[in-house]
Design a protein around this ligand. Structure first.
Ligand code: PGA
Length: 260
């Protein structure tokens, strides 16, 4: 199965509008002339989405080259939900992807599998493509809970999604202990978890959907480890935090990751 690799920059709470503009201009210069046969996605904070869309547009980038993601969305349509942003508002800024279920949303903001599932369904209603994040904590891994945790997150998070929805969904396996810590899962640990997640998708949606779905690895991905991770048969790209804040290292991750 030929799955198109997908590299996504998750900027988290970094880069306002002017830094977004600077990054994009520099990044576009760096990727020019490179044959990056992959999807590239940037997820800035909400307030930087308009500037990202505008800068990409004025640089002559069509939505094929660099796609825009939001880092979150509301599970509600509109109304008295202070501080929330709806999927329809995101659509106005040419957002195609939305990161959901990130471990920081789960652990710091109390998002449960149920809330994440409601957001997944809402995103699909608006035709947004979810980047659905899952992953275990160190205690869960050491306690032999890895598969049980992934099974619960996948089963609960994807409830109600159709096969058609799954064709537009990306899964990001991000072991919580590897996020922002500089500790990366070994490629064997990552491959094993990815293969397990793919088998879960197969149980739920059949072998065809499982063979097609892209599963990104996330957690301290850097230019130096991208090639080894991407060489694993079930790893189809990366979700990158810290190392995607600099245009040079984001470009190098994609370039090195595609080398093999
Ligand atoms: P990191 O973050 O690359 O800084 O570890 C990854 C993520 O949280 O998506």
């Amino acid at each position: 199965m030929n799955r198109k690799p997908i590299f996504a920059a998750n900027w988290k709470m970094n880069k306002g509008a002017s830094e977004t503009e600077d990054f994009v201009k520099s990044f576009i210069t760096k990727i020019q002339g490179l044959n990056l046969a992959s999807e590239i996605v940037i997820a800035p904070p909400f307030v930087s989405l308009p500037k990202l869309a505008e800068t990409l547009h004025s640089s002559g980038q069509n939505s094929q080259t660099i796609q825009i993601a939001a880092q979150n969305c509301s599970q509600f349509d509109a109304g008295a939900y202070t501080g929330e942003v709806s999927v329809m508002m995101l659509r106005e800024f040419f957002v195609h992807y939305v990161i959901l279920g990130h471990s920081e949303r789960r652990s710091i903001f109390g998002e449960t599998d149920e809330i994440i599932n409601a957001k997944m369904l809402k995103a699909r209603e608006a035709n947004l493509k979810p980047i659905f994040c899952i992953g275990e904590t160190l205690a869960e891994r050491e306690g032999g809970q890895l598969e049980a945790v992934l099974r619960r997150q996948v089963t609960e998070g994807l409830k109600g999604l159709t096969e058609k929805d799954m064709a537009e969904t990306v899964i990001a396996y991000e072991p919580v202990w590897a996020i922002g810590t500089g500790v990366t899962a070994t490629s064997q640990q990552a491959q094993d978890a990815h293969a397990f997640v793919r088998s879960l998708v197969s149980e739920l949606y059949g072998a065809d959907t499982a063979a097609r779905i892209r599963i990104q690895y996330g957690g301290s991905v850097k230019p130096g480890n991208a090639a080894e991770l991407m060489a694993c048969p079930d790893i189809d790209g990366a979700l990158i935090g810290g190392a995607a804040l600099e245009p040079q290292s984001f470009m190098e991750i994609i370039r090195n990751g595609l080398e093999n």
